[in-house]
Design a protein around this ligand. Structure first.
Ligand SMILES: N[C@@H](Cc1c[nH]c[nH+]1)C(=O)O
Length: 378
């Protein structure tokens, strides 16, 4: 049976929405460009193996078989292709990239969300310093302000916090896996049951409260006083604290929160993770983090890297769309091209009416509720 409708989870975009989307992407890219980032464009199609390190349930890709029998996918992520490209070309680091484009993620039927998401993002490759996280966050906060997002909440977390706590606990690996799953799923009944054998452990007071360790930055840090000392957590906490102080000082309007019990949105994150929301947004505004091991998927040597991507569709969805302006049609005779083009160029919201007769032009103007200028009679 022939099916000439759109595939589930996709949509056509046109007119005002398409224009606003374009403006949002331009605003973001201009900021990265002014910061000296370089543009990168990678293909929509990649080999499936490029995305091996993504969690398959969360980022199920659309798959195809090419003429050699190799499996291709529509890219479900833009960071991995940048890592692939870096190792394939051997480009010197440090380097800063920016990009925009669509990612494709198969969602559950009827989930109501789209399978094609437009992102605009950046990757800073080759810097180990916390300054790299800070440049990501400064750029993203500046962009959010430029986009008129006044109520941004920036949630910080760290990919190593949960694993480092688990490593310090006197429990077996399978038990740790179950515990972390229950923590991430917020399955509190299962979580409490798994904690029972640890009731007399010095970690117990912390473990009991762990599923609630998110929200107000300082309140979450205060709760950490219950946690027995874990040496590997010290630099993590210090970096989070310094980042919160830096962002709050530079962007007093941004609310910075902390989440120490969240699953990192990407399996490839190895350090600080950021997620930003605004009250009106249907999804996050931007999401990113540090991923120092990603290039080892493609080459021998690791490279420190940090990046983030804006969800353009979420940003557009929360914007007040401008009312469509009154259009003007310019009707002209074929020998008046130069005159007509000059008039069109200086008349806002106008376009050339290509009708063969003025009568036809009048019909089009009426149907489009547009003003009509008749150059033929001048
Ligand atoms: N690719 C990530 C965002 C990101 C860019 N760089 C680092 N992380 C995502 O789609 O969630």
């Amino acid at each position: 049976m022939s099916n000439k409708t759109l595939p589930t989870g996709t949509r056509d975009e046109f007119g005002t929405i398409a224009m606003v989307k374009d403006q949002v992407i331009q605003t973001i890219q201009q900021n990265f460009k002014h910061r000296g980032f370089k543009k990168i464009i990678t293909p929509l199609l990649e080999y499936r193996d490029v995305f091996q390190s993504l969690a398959p349930q969360a980022y199920q890709p659309y798959q195809f078989i090419d003429e050699h029998g190799d499996t291709l996918v529509l890219r479900p992520d833009m960071t991995l292709p940048v890592a692939r490209m870096m190792s394939a070309t051997g480009i010197d680091t440090p380097i800063k990239w920016y990009y925009s484009g669509d990612v494709f993620r198969v969602k559950k039927r009827m989930s109501g969300s789209y399978n094609q998401i437009t992102q605009a993002g950046m990757e800073i490759i080759g810097y180990r310093s916390l300054k790299a996280e800070w440049e990501c966050l400064v750029a993203a906060s500046e962009i959010s302000q430029k986009l008129g997002i006044a109520d941004m909440t920036l949630e910080l977390s760290h990919a190593k916090f949960v694993p480092n706590v688990l490593a310090a606990l006197p429990i077996s690996e399978p038990m740790a896996d179950n515990l972390v799953q229950a923590l991430y799923d917020k399955d509190l009944t299962q979580y409490q049951t798994l904690l029972e054998p640890l009731a007399n452990d010095p970690f117990y007071p912390f473990l009991k409260d762990w599923p609630w360790l998110f929200g107000d930055f300082d309140a979450v840090l205060d709760q950490l006083t219950q946690l027995p000392k874990i040496a590997t957590l010290e630099s993590i906490i210090a970096d989070l604290r310094a980042t919160k102080a830096f962002i709050s000082q530079r962007f007093p309007n941004v609310t910075v929160t902390l989440d120490l019990c969240v699953q990192p949105p990407q399996t490839y994150y190895t350090g600080m993770v950021f997620h930003a929301y605004s009250q009106d947004a249907t999804s996050y505004l931007f999401s990113g983090g540090r991923y120092d091991k990603l290039l080892t998927n493609f080459q021998q040597t690791a490279q420190p890297a940090v990046g983030l991507a804006f969800d353009i569709d979420a940003i557009v969805a929360q914007r007040h769309l401008p009312k469509a302006p009154q259009e003007t049609l310019i009707y002209f005779e074929a020998d008046q091209w130069a005159h007509a083009e000059a008039l069109q160029a200086r008349t806002p919201n106008s376009n050339l009416c290509l009708a063969d007769s003025f009568k036809q032009a009048q019909q089009i103007a009426q149907q489009q509720n547009a003003q009509l200028i008749n150059l033929a009679e001048r």
